[in-house]
Ligand binder design. Structure first.
Ligand SMILES: NC(=O)c1ccc[n+]([C@@H]2O[C@H](COP(=O)([O-])OP(=O)(O)OC[C@H]3O[C@@H](n4cnc5c(N)ncnc54)[C@H](OP(=O)(O)O)[C@@H]3O)[C@@H](O)[C@H]2O)c1
Length: 344
């Protein structure tokens, strides 16, 4: 069995990891940390896990018992906290899948302009950006996987085939909507019930922190072209799910040709579902799963191609994608332990 620990196990992505690891036939949970719940049983704090196979307590992240017995640690921490935690885990010879933004950007200047000073920049060369559909071979041999941001992976998967075929330029617009769990479990006024329920609003217009990740990966696929995206996130009054609608000039391509580009690029990817031509993505089709559903439409009047992509932000946008990366790291079939959508 692969022994796995979670640092930051009481947040939304950490809890989703516990759920998925309990279902995974080849892993066993060694420890789960939380400062506020240290010493308390996971089942007591989160009754959703009553009667589950994990009977452990939250441990203090500053003194983790059995740390040296772990084969892999998930760091499900806010950015900056991972910067402090990950280097010492790697020094102990552990493999790490980090869910924060701290190791996702190759250029330190990109990190510092969106997040502030980086104190472990030597690790940026070593970290592999954890989109299996793009970096599968590198992930297999990585010691540090930087799991992508939730808006970022939606946008990247939605646009990658166009970037890879040199059809993408900076005319692309990404109009993305996320459920509130995307902001994590720490309470804030902006994400409180009264501010979000029966409401819908844009935020961080053209300044969101996932922009440099999206541009980094689409630029790489485009042959190092300088791709600039117009990115507008919105907050949906839902618990989970991201739907991004992306617009770009078709450059004379027919809808059939665009479909062929996507079919060729994604071939037999287990978690990318290019939907039939008469179907559109719904968040309810992907909830709880590792799927990214994609649909395409050519607007013959404007000449724009419209690409729609849907994921679960805690699934393909975070924890189930991290499990897919674990499967790659340990030579398991990529689908091991991953769940079907929770529909309806
Ligand atoms: N939510 C999403 O949809 C999503 C998607 C993709 C990526 N991410 C990224 O994944 C990471 C985790 O997100 P989340 O939504 O799970 O956040 P969260 O709900 O706020 O949980 C954060 C976890 O980290 C612990 N923690 C916070 N500060 C810590 C510190 N200084 N040292 C040790 N532990 C600390 C918290 O527990 P204690 O405070 O009790 O220690 C908690 O368990 C973030 O970097 C986020 O940006 C989130």
């Amino acid at each position: 069995m692969i022994k796995v620990g979670i640092i930051g196990g009481s947040g939304y992505t950490g809890l989703e990891l516990i759920k998925l690891l309990l279902n995974h036939p080849k892993t066993e949970i060694g420890f789960v940390s939380s400062r506020q719940y240290k010493g308390k049983s996971v089942q007591e704090v989160f009754p959703a896990f009553i009667n589950s196979a994990f009977k452990g307590q939250f441990c203090d992240p500053a003194s983790i018992p059995n740390l040296n017995e772990a084969d892999l640690v998930f760091t499900a921490l806010p950015h900056k906290s991972s910067l402090e935690t990950v280097p010492s885990l790697l020094d102990k010879g552990l493999k790490v899948i980090d869910l924060s933004a701290d190791f996702r950007l190759r250029k330190i200047a990109d990190y510092e302009s969106y997040y502030g000073a980086h104190t472990a920049s030597d690790l940026l060369k070593e970290a592999v950006y954890g989109v299996p559909e793009l970096h599968r071979d590198k992930i297999k041999t990585a010691t540090l996987v930087a799991n992508p941001g939730c808006y970022a992976i939606t946008s990247i998967l939605g646009l990658a085939p166009m970037a890879d075929n040199s059809h993408l330029n900076s005319m692309v617009i990404i109009d993305a909507k996320s459920g509130v769990s995307g902001a994590g479990r720490t309470p804030s006024v902006e994400t409180s019930f009264v501010e979000t329920n029966e409401n819908f609003r844009p935020y961080k217009v053209a300044t969101h922190r996932h922009i440099p990740e999206i541009e980094q990966e689409l630029g790489l696929l485009s042959g190092s072209k300088d791709i600039r995206v117009t990115f507008v996130p919105h907050l949906l009054p839902l618990n989970r799910g991201i739907l991004a609608t992306m617009y770009m000039p078709s450059g004379g391509l027919t809808e059939e040709e665009v479909y062929d580009i996507y079919k060729t690029f994604y071939k037999e990817e287990p978690f990318i579902r290019l939907l039939p031509r008469d179907k559109l993505p719904n968040l309810s089709y992907v909830r709880g799963s590792n799927y990214c559903d994609i649909s395409l439409k050519l607007d013959t009047r404007s000449g724009n191609i419209i690409i729609m992509a849907a994921i679960d932000n805690l699934g393909k946008g975070a924890s189930s994608n991290a499990i897919q990366n674990l499967n790659l790291l340990f030579g398991l079939p990529e689908t091991t332990g991953l769940l079907p959508p929770l529909y309806p």
